[in-house]
Design a binder for this molecule. Structure first.
Ligand code: CTP
Ligand code: MG
Length: 237
């Protein structure tokens, strides 16, 4: 039977956040940032395994208690120099551990997107489980787009028609994803681009604004608000 496996690349250094501790461990709503995505993915029944890819020299993971996820998570200290390398190494580690078959679905999700909800995860699974290629969560662009010259003067206004912002999870079959990432140019910043480079057209599934990537210090407050609001909603309902 085809399985759903989540893979969280968490081997980055968070250079744009500018803190000593990598951002995936930064406290948010009382927990390390990565905890929130882990909780959503581990508590999604259809997902059987959640694989976390850490940097080989990670010193933070062991400082926290992950017991509540022990039935589902697999940890691999095989992160690479880029996100794509970390995902590739994670897929190879899963294969070496006999945890994945070629046709299993892999949901790659950034540790730095703590706002992923259950509803979005379920929507992605529902819409792509029978898809030929796979796809990703994304949101249509809302703002007007300006093309600039090298002095920050507007050259022209670009059409935003049919432009989407990619999010994660991005969901592809294990064999296709590994082949795509191994052949991909070094410049890619997500999994779908690697699959596109092989000539496939991943499907876009509607995400939401809460699933943004925490990148800069100013993103932290917003992430905190999203997580707290979710906690409060759960308490009321
Ligand atoms: N990531 C990874 N291995 C890398 C680089 C990134 O596993 N060599 C992971 C990050 O930990 C994060 C996700 O990929 O969960 C998205 O990357 P990004 O937001 O760019 O995180 P960082 O690379 O850590 O941040 P920065 O680019 O600011 O250094
Ligand atoms: Mg990065």
């Amino acid at each position: 039977m085809t399985e759903f496996i989540a893979l969280i690349p968490a081997a980055g250094s968070g250079s744009r956040m500018g803190e000593a501790v990598p951002k995936q461990y930064r406290p948010l709503a009382g927990k390390p940032m990565i905890y929130h995505a882990l909780r959503t993915l581990c508590s999604t029944d259809r997902i059987g395994t959640v694989c976390v890819v850490l940097a080989p020299d990670d010193k933070e993971w062991v400082r926290h208690d992950w017991d509540e996820f022990s039935g589902k998570i697999r940890i691999f200290n095989c992160g690479g120099a880029t996100r794509a390398e970390s995902v590739t190494n994670g897929l190879k580690a899963l294969r070496a551990a006999n945890c994945v078959q070629d046709q299993d679905w892999i949901l790659v999700h950034d540790a730095a997107r703590p706002g992923l909800s259950h509803a979005l995860t379920e929507r992605l699974l529902d819409q792509l489980a029978e898809d030929e290629v796979g796809g990703l969560l994304a949101v249509p662009l809302a703002d007007t787009l300006k093309r600039a010259d090298d002095t920050d003067r507007v050259v022209r206004t670009e059409s935003r028609e049919r432009l989407w912002q990619a999010q994660t999870p991005q969901m592809f079959r294990a064999k296709l994803l590994l082949e795509a990432l191994e052949k991909a140019p070094a410049s890619i910043t997500d999994d779908a681009s690697a699959v596109e480079a092989l000539g496939f057209s991943p499907r876009l599934v509607m995400g939401d604004a809460y699933n943004f990537k925490v990148t800069y210090p100013q993103d932290l407050k917003l992430a905190e608000l999203v997580l707290q609001a979710r906690c409060n909603t759960k308490r009321i309902s």
